[in-house]
Design a protein around this ligand. Structure first.
Ligand SMILES: *Cc1c(COP(=O)(O)O)cnc(C)c1O
Length: 405
């Protein structure tokens, strides 16, 4: 059960701190207790003491978290799930057999695997396109196409999708638009305000923000989706624990501060990479050279670029690997959106399951490095990137000289 957010007229930071955070009515505790009980006493048959019966159906900490997310995504309802992946699964499971979905080509790897290897066994077919704005109209199968699935920015190439444009085509045909907003977080982008019908998050990333919870959430406005997805949330039962809801809610309260710091760091690093002779290209929607900078300015808060950026390093695959093995503050690891900075080589890690040809078609070259900028000091992060580039390009230069001699 999710109640209307009651802070909708307040600013983002006020909502982040207060929405879904009532004081305890009996003790006055400012922070809600963690409600670990799986069941709740009843006064007489079918007459519970409070609003709760059984934690799979509803739990106070999950309710609080969902209320906060609804408030931050300008939604009416939010539903939490055990992971970002189970959120995707439940939405796809809500479609009738014989449905068709159009998706951007470079979706999150786990979503791609669900679409191609699980959804089809339930009679749901997916078409992928790298040019959604141009191709959507001709990919729609009248009566069959039920959803358009978008990630913006895309992973790891940080391409943007114009949500207004896609929403107007989808809505003209009676199709719902789902946006995976994990990369931006609700602070940088609110897809429902740009025409989306459902926004989903891997809470694991920016919303929790401390790399210690796996969780997902969907937020939306329409009561029909609310009824359908609440039913599946309970019947499938892919739910987060009360403790994880409490932790993610605590993380959420500082999302605006963490997001501002991560964006500031990513922008400074992107600008430093732009002027480096060892860098082939920088992919970051927060700075002018990005080809869809105009979309970022329209769609993102204050035109912010988010905390994620990618770049291609001279020296090929070896240089990219050497870079990631020689950073001292950036940790070589998958995932993103935490307070600590991370780096990875998508071709060898998060996107290794995709064939080289398909990877390169979407710009995921062997020399591409992806950074998740954390909230450390900007100066320290820039120096770390610069020293690791120096080590990486020196070592590839040395290797080439040895090979030649
Ligand atoms: C991580 C991620 C997911 C999957 O979320 P989990 O919480 O790991 O299941 C989905 N979409 C995007 C964009 C992600 O980064």
């Amino acid at each position: 059960m999710t109640v209307h957010a009651n802070h909708n007229s307040s600013g983002f930071a006020t909502r982040a701190v207060h929405a879904g955070s009532p004081h305890d009515q009996t003790t006055g505790a400012v922070i809600p207790a963690i409600s670990l009980s799986t069941t709740f006493a009843q006064k007489s048959v079918g007459n519970p003491v409070g609003a709760y019966e059984y934690t799979r159906s509803a739990n106070p900490n999950r309710d609080n978290f969902e209320t906060a997310i609804a408030a931050l995504e300008n939604a009416r309802y939010a539903l939490a799930f055990a992971s970002g992946s189970s959120t995707t699964a439940v939405i796809l499971q809500s479609l009738p057999i014989g449905s068709h979905v159009v998706s951007v080509a470079d979706v999150y790897g786990g979503s791609h695997r669900y679409f191609t290897q699980v959804a089809n066994t339930h009679g749901v077919e997916i078409s992928f396109t790298p040019h959604l704005e141009d191709d959507l109209e001709k990919l729609i199968q009248p009566g069959k196409t039920k959803l358009v699935w978008v990630e913006t920015p895309s992973n790891p190439t940080l391409g943007l999708v114009d949500l207004r444009k896609v929403a107007s085509i989808a809505h003209y045909h009676g199709i719902s638009l789902v946006v995976d907003n994990t990369f931006c977080s609700p602070y940088v982008q609110n897809p429902l305000s740009h025409g989306a019908d459902i926004v989903v998050h891997s809470v694991t990333k920016y919303i929790n923000g401390h790399s210690d919870v796996i969780m997902g959430v969907a937020a939306f406005y329409c009561p029909v989706w609310k009824e359908r997805l609440t039913f599946l949330q309970n019947e499938i039962g892919a739910l987060p624990s009360a403790f994880d809801c409490w932790l993610a809610h605590r993380g959420l309260k500082t999302l605006h501060l963490r997001s501002q710091a991560a964006c500031k760091n990513a922008t400074a690093i992107a600008l430093a990479l732009e002027v480096s002779e060892d860098v082939i290209s920088v992919l970051y929607p927060g700075i002018e050279p990005h080809p869809q900078r105009d979309v970022a300015i329209r769609q993102h808060r204050d035109g912010m670029g988010g905390g994620m950026l990618s770049f291609r390093l001279k020296g090929g695959r070896i240089a990219a690997h050497e870079f990631c093995q020689n950073t001292k503050i950036f940790t070589l690891a998958e995932s993103l959106g935490g307070i600590e900075s991370l780096c990875e080589v998508p071709a060898g890690m998060t996107h290794a399951g995709i064939s080289e040809k398909e990877r390169e078609r979407s710009g995921v070259y062997d020399d591409l490095v992806r950074l998740s900028c954390g909230i450390e000091d900007t100066k320290d992060l820039i120096l770390d990137v610069q020293q690791a580039i120096k080590v990486a390009t020196n070592s590839t230069f040395n290797r080439r000289s040895i090979n030649r001699s």
